[in-house]
Design a protein around this ligand. Structure first.
Ligand SMILES: [Zn+2]
Length: 404
């Protein structure tokens, strides 16, 4: 049974004409400001999907064990680059055409050129904040040139967050140093108290932690990651000081009904969990607002299908292979396709003090079905976000000399 039959309705294919008449759009090469690449075999299976679509990505540090020091971040970056080289080599000579990401199903010369360009993908590393992080660790990170941010996970908030911070208030000297060194703090904004409803954890985190943090460190650069609520969008709009937020495709396209549509749907389970429709609307409004505080971060978080379809399903949606098409679908539904370029390719780079790319990519209006599953190594498969649904846009890849 495919997801559309079981689900009783396809949320990505509203009836009627598309709201815009555009048949092809171009934008600067985007960046992904929140990405999980994992490690080992999983890394080799997912890294190329991001490298074909994005120029850079802020890579999350929640490995096991977590990336807490610069030398670990450097080693992880090396492994990402090696995995990318291996994935590119494999993609040069695929066993079957269906092994290829759709963007590579083109003339051999163009495919070779796209793969060479994908090797330019730049992983921007992050450190994992723990109760034991010191101000000296922050100095080392700021001096390293390779660490671009530090991630705060409240202990137990999500996948591999058990080493996270138990009491944010005690991190004063570390946050002070981050503020001084202009190193952004990336926040998974949820409290983890057992008596707080899972759907309220983000809103309560704003009141109990984030407001205070913002006031206590007025110059600290804060990214409220993967926001999911009206309250979070409102906080980011109004906060004093350098404050921004990433927004995922799933939180723009789905409300929490998606998790329960016709049966329990583990592939729509992520953290922070999907919320009510009123929150989805508020996030969409923020994303298309043209405010530079809101930018793209997929939070693409791959888990093997067998660990999602499990009695204790892992949290995370795998959106990397068709991330841009998902965002284009959401922006078009809001009548704001012309705002996608800034959200995807300009605002995030500026917040991180980097120049947007001069290379450009294109998307074509061409309906295509998201695969029901993708290979994930050693007999494993992975089910991407929106599996079995039809997206109205197809990513064409970089525009360049070898376009043919
Ligand atoms: Zn994440």
């Amino acid at each position: 049974m495919n997801s559309t039959e079981c689900g009783g309705g396809n949320p990505l294919s509203p009836p009627g004409e598309p709201e815009s008449s555009a048949t092809r759009i171009e934008l600067p090469l985007p960046d992904d400001w929140h990405l999980h690449l994992r490690d080992g075999a999983a890394l080799r299976h997912v890294v190329l999907a991001s490298a074909l679509q994005f120029g850079r990505a802020i890579v999350m540090p929640n490995l096991k064990p977590p990336v807490v020091r610069c030398d670990q971040a450097r080693d992880y970056r090396t492994r990402i680059r090696e995995a990318l080289r291996a994935a590119v080599a494999t993609a040069h000579s695929p066993v079957t055409a269906s092994d290829q990401p759709p963007v590579l199903r083109c003339e051999p010369e163009r495919r070779a050129w796209l793969l060479e360009e994908a090797l330019r993908f730049e992983p921007l590393m992050t450190l994992y904040l723990t109760d034991h992080t010191t101000a000296a660790d922050i100095d080392a990170a700021a001096d390293s040139g390779l660490v671009h941010a530090v991630k705060l996970y409240p202990a137990g908030a999500t996948t591999h967050a058990d080493a996270g911070v138990s009491e944010v208030g005690r991190l004063g000297p570390v946050l002070e140093r981050m503020q001084k060194r202009s190193l952004p703090l990336l926040v998974h904004g949820e409290v983890t108290d057992a008596d707080i409803d899972v759907f309220d954890r983000e809103a309560v985190f704003i009141d109990r932690v984030l407001e205070g943090l913002r006031a206590r460190f007025p110059a600290l650069r804060i990214v409220f990651e993967h926001i999911t609520t009206r309250q979070a969008a409102q906080f980011v709009r109004q906060a004093e000081g350098p404050t921004a937020a990433t927004i995922t495709p799933q939180h723009l396209l789905y409300n929490r009904n998606a998790i329960f549509r016709g049966g329990l749907r583990p592939h729509w389970y992520c953290l922070p969990v999907l919320k009510r429709e009123v929150h989805r609307q508020a996030l969409l409004e923020a994303a298309v607002s043209g405010l530079p505080r809101f930018f793209l971060g997929t939070d693409s978080a791959p888990h093997a299908a067998r660990l999602k379809e499990h009695a204790a399903a892992c949290a995370g949606c795998y959106s990397a292979p068709h991330a841009l098409a998902l965002y284009a679908t959401a922006f078009e539904a809001a009548g704001a396709l012309d705002r996608l370029a800034d959200f995807a390719a300009v605002f995030g780079a500026r917040f991180y003090g980097l120049a947007p790319h001069t290379r450009r990519v294109s998307m074509l209006r061409e309906a295509s079905e998201v695969p029901h599953a993708l290979p994930f190594g050693r007999g494993n498969s992975i089910v991407p976000l929106a599996a079995g649904e039809h997206l109205p846009w197809r990513f064409e890849g970089l525009i360049g000399a070898a376009t043919g």
